[in-house]
Write a protein of this length. Sequence first.
Length: 244
Amino acid sequence: MRMSNSAAHLDKFVSKLNALNMLTAEEVAAIQALPLRVQSVRARTSVVTEGQLVSECCVLVEGFACRHKLANDGGRQIVSFHIPGDILDVQHLLFNRADHNVQTITDATLAFVPMDAMRQLTDDRPEIARALWRDCLVEASVFREWVLNVGRRSAKTRIAHMLCEFAARAEAAGIGSPAHFSLPMTQEDIADATGLTAVHVNRMLRELREERVIEREGRQIRIADWPRMKRIADFSPAYLHIAA
């Protein structure tokens, strides 16, 4: 763990905000000047725990994370996956007690910004606040799509849709494309995100591979037929609000 204000740690975060709302050089410099506590953590590290009082905002610098809720019997429902550049808890700018859990799913690098510093930034820089507000709205749009996915789609469509979404987001972030991406989630993670069992997830991935829609070697995925995959997945990227 180390204290830093290195601009490089926030490069992906700045790129994401800039895509959501064009920022000036002065606004970018203000973000890059934020005080940071940078920490490298292992996979399955809890970043935020439900009920926790939160005093820092967390930006995912490298690696992948998920947001989830736990049922009384210990069952886990993953409600979102996160990629480098995502701010993992922007809602804590206004609500200081966590109502869900955030956990890394791979080894990761995290940049923690004191909540007071982030609030001051958004008060002083309304265009940055607008970008963060748009980020919240995109998350809400994704949540709606996930409710539809779990509630109304078949098992194979759920899996295909999750893969399409991850491929589209990876391409927008410059870390992959439908032609090739590395899937950071385990089959258990995918199961907890789609309301299935790990065995069922494995079966659906095998079906997609046997139908030659995807090619898979370990966690390396290539969508061999993107138009067909989108049809199977009932996938349209409009809800992601990714700039063309």
